[in-house]
Design a binder for this molecule. Structure first.
Ligand code: NAG
Ligand code: NAG
Ligand code: NAG
Ligand code: NAG
Ligand code: NAG
Ligand code: NAG
Ligand code: NAG
Ligand code: NAG
Ligand code: NAG
Length: 458
């Protein structure tokens, strides 16, 4: 689960000893040359895979080693699918295919049974965004009897939207899926931004306007409740507790929240053929992102990076943020001058940070330092990967749609019968009538999900 933004569970982060071993050769990057860009990202990706469990004896396919959670894997594979497409490098295609399929779960909805204890709406949403990327890039569809990637994204959409909670704060998803997880009473921006974006992308991809209607509903809620403040330099805040009716907002701003909201808006702009309200909104949120998360044109995680307090989650956020900037530049071409310039200066700086470690090309956290700052990890690799590969975003086709290149098999009703959807629906109905019984119900749900066989109880 994504650690709540306001929690300050900072791990001991600074591995200053690393600089001791620093090799002298920096990573070469010519930002105008596709070969140079793909050579650099290949090295960075290999560094990511140093943390991958799936190719180790006894390791779980689709998972990275401790301390990386399930959601980190979802974010990481999103960047790697893009790299497969942008660099047209088939080396990790099978690894990616196996990873995406291994983690989809028995109901093909990215709620695998062994993540039940920790999975939140945001975690499922991040995987949903990654698999939507596979759909839009025409990544090889499953051929083993499993549904297509598109059907799996539709299952993510259907199961997430089934948890829409009108009882509190006038709507919105909670942070957590399951009552037993702390944070169940927090409604966070990222869970809702993921649902918004998945709906917008499904709407554009399939042409089914029902998805666009849901996207509008989610976005309007984010604005109504004040998590997204639209003005000339728009803010995107983190979330709030339901016991304040979502009024006591945690006003921290993270790159990934801005990015996922911005990307969803750009898809809406594109799917509605350039509607002026979306155009204005995209510009406002982009202005906000440009002013809060860049210093001298170099991307940084402003809420924690300069204070050395970024936790394991936060150290990955620049990765999906970069992906979202690239997609926005394509979906809303009027942003491309601004975005492409920010990506270029950030990519150059990120590459300079990739001169650490014993291999001489381990990436760092703070790209303004012009050299590895002593940090290293999956997040640092992923972030450098995604900002650098987005230099190529206009060299390859735009995300496909069903009618112009996408071939993944869909199913609009996917996920409707999934065990968690039914169990949670029953849970909601029962607890509405009898809140005191909630603890007992939770225990029963746990046993259903774990045992998987006690259906008749309901
Ligand atoms: C493709 O990726 C592999 C693994 O990172 C790398 O060794 C190879 O050089 C890459 N090929 C190209 C053409 O970039
Ligand atoms: C979780 O379950 C999936 C199958 O749904 C399996 O592939 C994976 O290895 C398991 N992961 C862990 C960490 O046990
Ligand atoms: C709770 O917040 C929602 C969304 O902002 C609003 O529509 C609703 O009126 C609020 N309810 C109360 C009781 O204040
Ligand atoms: C935008 O709204 C935020 C939050 O209300 C405010 O702090 C900020 O000053 C506003 N910015 C502009 C440019 O109006
Ligand atoms: C966008 O334009 C296409 C082609 O002209 C049209 O089929 C579609 O209905 C339009 N979509 C919206 C949401 O206006
Ligand atoms: C939608 O995206 C495509 C692909 O980049 C682009 O050609 C088209 O102009 C975009 N639509 C609008 C209204 O900007
Ligand atoms: C998409 O994938 C299918 C199946 O592999 C293939 O036949 C088709 O040519 C691909 N389309 C594009 C645009 O790459
Ligand atoms: C469009 O999507 C909605 C929402 O999932 C679904 O109920 C409906 O059947 C879909 N329509 C078509 C024509 O696929
Ligand atoms: C859901 O269950 C119903 C009734 O058992 C069945 O008719 C339907 O095909 C199922 N839908 C999916 C998407 O599995």
């Amino acid at each position: 689960m994504i650690v709540k933004a306001s929690m300050k569970t900072a791990l001991p982060l600074c591995f200053t000893l690393l600089s001791f071993f620093k090799a002298t050769h920096a990573m070469d990057l010519d930002t105008t040359d596709a070969t140079s860009i793909c050579d650099a990202t290949a090295l960075i990706q290999d560094g990511m895979l140093d943390y991958y469990e799936g190719t180790r004896y006894g390791g779980a396919v689709g998972m990275f080693q401790n301390p990386y959670y399930w959601w980190h894997a979802g974010e990481a594979f999103g960047g790697m699918v893009e790299n497969w497409f942008l660099c047209q490098n088939e080396t990790y295609k099978v690894l990616l295919y196996d990873a995406l399929l291994a983690q989809t779960g028995a109901d093909y909805d990215y709620i695998p049974a062994n993540q039940t204890m920790v999975e939140g709406n945001d975690d499922q949403g991040i995987w949903g965004i990654t698999v939507m990327g596979a759909v839009e890039r025409n990544f090889t569809d499953p051929d083993n009897g499993a549904p297509g990637w598109l059907a799996m994204v539709q299952a993510v959409f259907n199961t997430m939207y089934s948890r829409w909670d009108s009882e509190n704060c006038g709507g919105g998803l909670r942070w957590q899926i399951f009552t037993w997880n702390s944070g169940y009473n927090y409604k966070n921006t990222v869970s809702n931004a993921c649902l918004f974006q998945i709906a917008a992308r499904l709407g554009r991809y399939t042409g089914n306007t029902t998805y666009l209607d849901v996207a509008e509903q989610v976005f309007d809620w984010l604005v109504d409740v004040g998590y997204v403040v639209l003005n000339d330099t728009a803010n995107v805040y983190d979330g709030a507790e339901i016991d304040t009716n979502c009024t006591d907002i945690t006003k921290i701003e993270w790159t990934y929240n801005h990015g996922i909201v911005l990307g969803g808006m750009a898809y809406m702009y594109n799917a509605t053929n350039g509607t002026s309200t979306w155009k204005t909104g995209v510009q406002q949120v982009l202005n906000g992102a440009a002013s809060y998360f860049f210093k001298d044109g170099i991307m940084y995680e402003s809420a924690c990076q300069d204070y050395s307090t970024c936790n394991t989650d936060q150290r990955t956020f620049k990765s999906i943020f970069s992906r979202m900037l690239g997609l926005t530049s394509v979906m809303a071409p009027f942003t491309s001058d601004t975005i492409d310039a920010l990506i270029k200066t950030s990519a150059e700086a990120a590459a300079k940070s990739c001169d650490g470690g014993t291999d001489g090309h381990t990436c760092g956290l703070d790209w303004e330092k012009q050299t590895n700052d002593g940090y290293y990890g999956l997040g640092e690799q992923m972030s450098a990967l995604e900002v650098i590969q987005n230099l190529l975003i206009h060299d390859r086709p735009a995300p496909y749609k069903e009618d112009n290149g996408g071939t993944s098999k869909g199913d609009a009703n996917a996920g409707m019968n999934s065990s968690t959807t039914s169990v949670l629906q029953n849970n909601l109905n029962i607890t509405k009538g009898d809140r005191a019984g909630a603890a007992i119900i939770t225990a029963v749900i746990l046993s259903v999900l774990i045992g998987g066989a006690v259906w008749m109880l309901f």
